[in-house]
Design a protein around this ligand. Sequence first.
Ligand code: ASP
Length: 347
Amino acid sequence: MANKPRILLIYTGGTIGMIKDYKTGALKAFDFSQIVEKIPELQQLNCNIKSVSFKEPIDSSNMNTSYYLDIVEIIEENYTKFDGFVILTGSDTMSYISSAISFMLKNLKKPIIFTGSQLPIGDLRTDAKENLITSIQIAATKEKNKPVISEVCLYFEYKLYRANRTTKISAEQFEAFSSMNYPPLAESGVHLSFNNHLIHQPIKDYNELIVRKDLVDDIVILKLFPGISKQVVRSILEIPNLKGVVLETFGSGNAPTKASFIQMLKEAIDRGVKIVNVTQCIGGQVIQGHYETSVALNDIGVINGRDITTESAIAKLMHLLSKKISTKEFTFLFEKSMRGEMTDKKI
Ligand code: ASP
């Protein structure tokens, strides 16, 4: 039937694409071109599913930014031919990958759902089938002929999240992700229920999808711990060609007040390095200047990451560093929501 939603499955690698060879016991790659034959339940979804796979499936730990580009190019090439996209990657770095893709695609009007699994698709107790089937169902869901989702999401274990709000929190539970600062966009139970008021609604006037392919990866995460030495901080901030730092601070954005520490940060900022304050806490936000231990960060021009995740801060830095903009504009753009990745200040 011509009106069936068309869904493109993009398999990049990871556990979900593995199947057990019961003769040898070894895990081998699953052939996604036969997905509908291998998972007959998919026929009940009443959509046309096509798939493409990376030539060499890759563990998500090995996915650098060139693979993000491969994914967005597949989406760009197929954007008008499909109603929705389901991207299968390893779960380990899925929050980083999907956050980056959310910044690379502007004016998105179609669903892009990342999913994966903790157990291979061919395992008896697998979580892969539910994750895959519901992700496809979500990508195919329309209301008044428009997709219900038009943003980059991550679906795992009965919950649909805004991708750039997620963090992997468990290496072994099926509930592997959380989104502490933004509630799920949909929950799957007996019914698939969408939280419409939380879902991004595209601005009608902007029709064209804009694909931003430039990412700058000369950046680092500097996670503070009590007593971190001057030498360590200095050698990180003096990495040649360093352009950006995600400074993981304590609580609501607090850091040592020692003059030498603040001076090192200031010198880096004066050299043009962008330093973003993100909390080490899994939930809550940075309030720079709230405690004495973050007043100096404000004064020297550290960017307030508010309630952004580290994964999303990395993605946003990579994206914004590629723009030729002033420090003032950079700070302004970083401190406000671009793709729903942070909660805007109440004015
Ligand atoms: N190591 C795998 C990966 O991230 C784990 C998974 O697929 O969940 O590629």
